[in-house]
Design a protein around this ligand. Structure first.
Ligand SMILES: [Fe+2]
Length: 312
């Protein structure tokens, strides 16, 4: 078929769709046709100007240039636009008793140390409130899972992750813990604090230009995995945080909100770990569902990030 010479914008859309219509892989075909359809519709709806189009190219170029082993500006874009959470919700549609997932975020790093139960991930943090996080990893029937792996990461009490802290030359506030025979885990850390997401790049400019705040409610990140179970990427949030209702990345789910309880006097566990009061404890149980046939998991996503240049 010969394309008409005097093309309208709708002719271009139709022609672009036609070019992708023969894509052999059916899923790739569906994605490309949907992308072209919605991207063209968006451009037409807002009547994008050439200057705005060029600005968008500059923003994406700058985002790409900012990415390194310590910075992932594209994940920040995805998170702050709400896309990460829409993908999360589509992937975990049915409530099934398993712990709910939330965004992976841009701050995971490979190479966190393996720590024993009660190991301190905050050994360099001198200003945070001492905190013990404990609980169990269980299957959907409530049976303990022995040897489950908890990959934990958290911002320091300064609000900065190790990768953002120019005074730090090493990994900090990260650790890998395993559950014991009863499924118990115990992490020593400091109280999580709320923090603004990095605002020195295009994502920060977008938030300022649109009158949005960059704050995330206090949380601790976990990826919990065990042989034969589906891993879960999630956070636990502090119930008292002022930003629970307006997380800059839309990641709060009610079931992930947790109490951080203050202790003015010691407990046997605290004595054993050499922790003087006052300190906080938080308890959270993770429930894993059996592994499904579907291949792609968040662990795969971590490996892909590593391939993008994330440091090991
Ligand atoms: Fe975080």
């Amino acid at each position: 078929m010969t394309a008409p010479r005097n093309k309208t914008e709708d002719d271009i859309t139709a022609e672009a769709l036609q070019r992708f219509a023969e894509t052999p892989d059916p899923r790739l075909r569906e994605i490309m046709l949907g992308l072209v359809k919605h991207l063209h519709a968006f451009v037409k709806e807002v009547e994008l100007t050439e200057a705005e189009w060029f600005q968008a190219i500059e923003i994406l170029t700058e985002a790409g240039r900012m990415c390194s082993d310590k910075r992932q500006e594209f994940i920040l874009f995805s998170d702050t636009l709400g896309v990460s959470m829409v993908v999360d919700l589509l992937s975990h549609r049915k409530p099934d008793g398993a712990t709910e997932s939330t965004v992976f975020g841009p701050f995971h790093r490979l190479g966190a140390p393996e720590l024993p139960p009660g190991g301190n991930i905050a050994h360099l943090d001198k200003t945070g409130v001492r905190t013990l996080v404990s609980g169990r990893v269980l299957d959907l029937g409530g049976k303990p899972i022995k040897g489950a792996l908890l990959d934990v990461w958290q911002a320091q009490s300064s609000g900065l992750y190790d990768s953002q802290d120019t005074n730090l030359g090493e990994l900090h506030m990260r650790g890998k813990f395993h559950t014991d025979a009863e499924g118990h885990y115990l992490v020593r850390t400091v109280r999580p604090v709320n923090y603004p997401i990095p605002s020195d790049g295009p994502v920060g400019r977008m938030l300022r230009a649109t009158g949005r705040h960059p704050w995330r409610p206090a949380h601790i990140h976990f990826v919990v995995s065990a042989d034969g179970y589906e891993p879960v990427t999630t956070h636990i949030f502090d119930r008292t945080d002022e930003y629970l209702g307006s997380d800059a990345v839309f990641a709060v789910k009610d079931s992930l909100i947790c109490d951080f309880e203050r202790h003015a006097s010691s407990t046997s566990e605290a004595v054993q770990l050499g922790i003087d009061p006052p300190f906080l404890t938080a308890e959270f149980d993770f429930h894993l569902k059996p592994a499904s046939e579907q291949g792609a998991t968040v662990l795969d996503a971590q490996q892909r990030l590593a391939a993008l240049g994330a440091a090991d």
